[in-house]
Design a protein around this ligand. Structure first.
Ligand code: TA6
Length: 307
């Protein structure tokens, strides 16, 4: 029996969950239940896309030019940034946003819930790279619950005998009609660090609209956010707990062209126009100390309604 056959034998759920591999050997969990479809790449514990059956378009965006290859970050979905957010504090050679999104995770459980949702549990598999970049005994798990809403629980456990500090984010790309036609609500009055202006500290006035590269870390906020999308005539609700930062990002055209993996988008005007990142995080001022033997959870629930 191949490892994929073994995985399917142990953890697939007839009629709603199966596992497949791509030509590069990455394994994906494919979920199709009565409420939604979703695809999760085992590398990175990475929800690649999620589409409730009520929606004509996915709610979580993935680039048509995304690379799905071992050790490569995927452009789109809900990347897990851990155990640091952004560049490493001291090691320029360490991967941006931590290593969690580019190393293998294993499926530890799968369940068909009475609610009709499908639940998948994954845990990061440590290796030489992770131990070299993170000299602490820890366990990182994600619980993915797929249905009319998408619930993600990112669980950090400190297995060692000393405290450690993490930065973390669910760096989620949401699919929208067009970046110029959306408004992001929920962060009014919050302080943010503006990465486009050398981390200048500012305060948000009113709702957020987009007319250029935007890269902001809102701090000390547990607020629920709503993306009002006039293009697709829907609202995407982003509820969270265990997160005190919200990162808002659009690369706009120059950055997107340099990145090279944003794709043309359905309109051909650039995939960057059809996504916005609203990331539930603990970053910068809000990095988290996890005491020895303790567990920290960062939880989100995404849902969508007509607008
Ligand atoms: O969260 C926003 C951000 O930190 C941007 O500065 C940009 O770097 C983006 O993440 C994407 O990062 P990635 O490493 O996935 O290309």
């Amino acid at each position: 029996m191949t490892p994929l056959e073994h995985l399917n034998a142990r953890l697939s759920i007839p009629g709603q969950l199966g596992f497949r591999a791509n030509a590069e050997g990455l394994v994906f969990a494919e979920i199709d239940n009565a409420q939604a479809t979703a695809s999760i790449c085992l590398q990175g514990g990475h929800v690649v896309t999620w589409q409730p059956k009520t929606e004509a378009r996915p709610v979580i965006w993935v680039s048509s030019a995304a690379k799905f290859a071992p050790g490569k970050s995927i452009r789109g979905g809900a990347p897990v940034c851990w155990p640091w957010f952004g560049p490493h504090e001291t090691e320029a050679g360490f991967p941006a946003h931590g290593y969690a999104r580019t190393v293998n995770w294993e499926v530890t459980d799968s369940r068909a819930l009475d609610s009709g949702e499908t639940e998948l549990a994954l845990a990061l598999v440590e290796n030489e790279q992770t131990r070299a970049q993170w000299p602490h005994r820890s366990r990182l798990e994600i619980l993915v619950t797929v249905g009319r809403s998408l619930k993600l629980n990112l669980i950090t456990t400190n297995l060692g005998d000393h405290d450690f500090v993490i930065g973390e984010a669910l760096h989620t790309y949401f699919e929208i009609g067009d970046i110029a036609e959306v408004r992001l609500l929920g962060l009014e009055g919050c302080e943010y660090l503006d990465k486009v202006e050398n981390f200048a500290r500012k305060r948000q006035e009113g709702g957020i609209t987009f007319s250029g590269e935007t890269d902001r870390v809102y701090v000390n906020t547990g607020a629920e956010c709503v993306i009002e999308d006039a293009g697709l005539r829907r609202r995407i609700r982003i509820a969270k707990s265990g997160s005190q930062s919200t990162v808002v990002w659009t690369p706009w055209v120059e950055k997107a062209e340099k990145m090279g993996d944003m794709g043309p988008g359905t309109s051909g005007q650039g995939g960057w126009r059809e996504m916005v990142c609203v990331e539930s995080a603990n970053a910068l001022d809000n990095r988290v100390t996890v005491p020895a033997g303790q567990t920290r959870r960062l939880n989100v629930e995404y849902s969508v309604e007509p607008f």
